[in-house]
Ligand binder design. Structure first.
Ligand code: ACM
Length: 681
């Protein structure tokens, strides 16, 4: 247990020297919390949990009661304590509950809802204070993560936490169009979002591949545009209530004017070319685009938005706007004539005209528009929010021009990049030269889960646990940026997320069982633990994907940032950086290499029974060969033998050959083996 005075010293240091790279970047950093709170003071002692642990709340807030109840359930599940009650009580002065929650009011679901809270844990009692119930819900998420255990049982360490978010917009987007994602999975993800203090669920509901929401005014939208896979309005309302109970806002996205094929299957007259239209099967950017010169388009959208606005209470609304290729506009003489008459010089100007019309319609329903950045700055009211995704320049450019903006570039979790990469993607880095007024227009960011290559079985494994690191980036102070410590805590959080029903871990095991065709998965796991899916933008070439292709291959099961590979790579980095020929470290490295070297012979037996694995047969062979090369290097290091260039060159050539992806997967440890070769050199 760190002593309180030491923690205060560290905090003082951080205020004086905010750029110091201390492993303890906040008083809480050596604990298990994610996101790390704004401020922590740990002291000696602990509050011990027993059956009589209970909660009381000072106001009637249905969602806070539910959250407290859920907290009790999770604590019970983890501790196996049979609590006397799971139901919180209303606080009165005679009350001697273990945890007393004090809030001033019921929070409104609005852009800048106060989410701050303070949590005090003493040996005798716990107290959670917040301006409103949403702040208290954030505090309960922290409390759950504070559960510790030792030989005597379960306890909360004594601590005083003052916490508040750095950014007000901390989102997760889920694309439910390219692959439909059932309600239960959405709800599990909302639970996980709340556990990580994310507060915006951006629901991408329509695209070329599916119209996923029931529409009563224009039923052919979902009837013809979804193949039966859509959310009923009852389900939508249920999800919104579920989210609101966790202080999460739901922002629907109806992507317009491009990415719109699914609208036109039932209503081809809205498009800029005659049709007929069918659901798109392949991935990419397609031509079907709304006709912005047709008054019927606006009448239709007005009625559509009117109906949808009764479902989605939050007053922010995403209109998409991305990747309109303009081909239908350019081929349509009526549209070209309209542009001439109205002095709209290009497609961008026409889209801006369209957006201005949408803005007027949506403002009738009290909705503020958000759109993806479209390569040029728009000319809309300054209410408009711009979501930056192709690069971060637009994030700053938008804010400089007075628009509020959101960062998604660098948070594209569908691209299967490392957690570290996302974690260090700070919307406003410490060396930013933006003025405060510009900085204030940067609302935060969103992780984006595009669904070309995920379905219900795999989506959790692409969102979690990496999105937990993004959540920390958006909640915690910018000085919290120690990557090793993030990974340490991420591993803990990743396990805890399973309590919410997430399948990011359990489906991995299940997929490996299926891939091994009934054989023990251990051998395949040795291989998979150091294999990662190919960067998504490099993927579609070898196969022409279509919407209903199976997502059950090695590439689908493989994890974007495999833990074992990362730990091995770190071990090699430390060994090489220290340059001490530390024999203990060398032995640990050898153990892994021995395992991989021998693995392929066993893999061959599994592949013989499981033809689905044939596509990675040579990759597995290359893992073994590369591991053997690593072991050769280690022997040379151990014997302190220098080697000649030709030895080095043949080994490097072999590693290069091993780095070629197969089955759209690649080995994640080759760079480290290369470092060992270069070390010998
Ligand atoms: C996008 O990724 N097309 C916004």
């Amino acid at each position: 247990m760190i002593k309180k005075r030491f923690v205060q010293f560290i905090i003082t240091l951080l205020f004086v020297f905010p750029s110091l790279d201390l492993s303890a970047q906040s008083g809480c950093s050596n604990m298990k919390l994610m996101p790390i709170p704004f401020n922590c003071e740990i002291s000696d002692g602990e509050f011990r949990l027993n059956e009589s642990f209970n909660i009381s709340i000072n106001i009637e807030s249905e969602r806070l009661f539910k959250s407290a109840q859920r907290t009790m359930e999770i604590l019970a599940g983890r501790t196996v304590l049979f609590f006397n009650t799971h139901n919180p009580s209303i606080y009165d002065s005679s009350n001697i509950s273990s945890l007393i929650i004090n809030v001033n009011k019921i929070g409104e679901i609005k852009l800048d809802t106060d989410e701050s809270y303070s949590l005090i844990i003493t040996e005798k009692y716990l107290q959670l204070n917040a301006e409103n119930d949403i702040g208290a819900i954030r505090g309960l998420a922290t409390l759950i993560q504070l559960l510790h255990a030792d030989e005597k049982g379960y306890y909360f360490p004594c601590v005083k936490i003052e916490d508040k978010p750095r950014f007000i917009w901390r989102g997760l987007m889920i694309d439910a169009s390219r692959h439909f994602i059932p309600v239960d999975i959405i709800k599990n993800n909302l639970d996980a979002m709340a556990a990580l203090k994310l507060n915006v669920f951006h629901w991408h509901l329509t695209d070329d591949h599916g119209f996923r929401i029931e529409c009563k005014s224009f039923p052919k939208l979902h009837e013809l545009g979804s193949e039966g896979l859509y959310y009923t309005q009852e389900q939508i309302l249920d999800v919104i209530k579920y989210a609101s109970d966790k202080g999460i806002k739901v922002v629907p996205e109806f992507d317009l004017p491009g990415h719109a094929t699914a609208w036109f299957i039932g209503y081809p007259e809205l498009a800029s070319a005659p049709g007929p239209y069918t659901i798109q099967r392949r991935w990419g950017i397609f031509d079907p685009t709304f006709d912005p010169t047709n008054e019927e388009t606006y009448k239709f959208l007005d009625k559509f938005f009117e109906e949808m606005s009764t479902l989605f209470p939050y007053n922010y609304w995403h209109i998409g706007g991305d990747e309109n290729n303009g081909k239908q506009w350019m081929a349509n003489s009526k549209i070209q004539e309209f542009m001439r008459v109205n002095k709209l010089k290009d497609n961008h100007a026409l889209q801006n005209y369209f957006n201005q019309r949408l803005e007027k319609i949506l403002s009738k329903y009290n909705k503020t528009m958000i759109g993806w950045y479209t390569d040029e700055m728009p000319s809309l009211t300054k209410d408009y929010i711009i979501q930056s995704w192709k690069g971060r320049t637009s994030l700053y450019e938008a804010a400089r021009r007075g628009y509020r903006s959101l960062l998604s570039h660098g948070f594209y979790i569908d691209l299967v990049q490392s957690t570290e990469y996302h974690y260090l993607n700070d919307p406003i880095p410490p060396d930013s030269i933006l003025t405060d007024s510009v900085k204030n227009l940067i609302l935060g960011g969103e992780a984006t889960m595009w669904a070309e290559f995920v379905g219900p079985e795999t989506i959790d494994s692409r969102i979690w646990p990496r999105t937990a690191a993004i959540a920390e980036r958006l909640w915690s102070p910018g000085i919290v940026n120690n990557v090793d410590d993030m990974y340490r805590r991420l591993e803990i959080v990743s396990n805890q997320l399973e309590d919410y029903g997430l399948a990011h871990k359990k489906n991995y095991e299940m997929m490996l069982r299926r891939l091994s065709n009934g054989v023990d998965t251990e051998i395949l796991k040795n291989f998979m633990d150091v294999t990662k899916p190919l960067y998504t933008y490099s993927r579609d070439r070898p196969h022409v994907f279509i919407t209903h292709y199976p997502l059950t291959r090695v590439v689908d099961a493989a994890r974007p940032d495999p833990d074992i590979a990362r730990k091995f790579n770190r071990m090699v980095d430390v060994f090489v950086d220290e340059n001490m020929n530390d024999p203990v470290k060398l032995n640990s490295i050898s153990k892994w290499l021995e395992l991989w070297k021998g693995n392929h012979a066993n893999m061959l037996k599994i592949i013989a029974q499981s033809p689905t694995l044939r596509e990675i047969e040579t990759l597995s062979e290359d893992l073994s060969k590369s591991a053997a090369i690593g072991l050769e290097a280690i022997n040379l290091i151990k014997n302190r033998t220098k080697t000649d260039e030709s030895w080095v060159n043949t080994r490097l050539a072999s590693l290069k050959a091993a780095s070629v992806p197969r089955g759209e997967s690649e080995l994640a440890v080759l760079k480290s083996i290369e470092k060992l070769i270069n070390y010998v050199r």
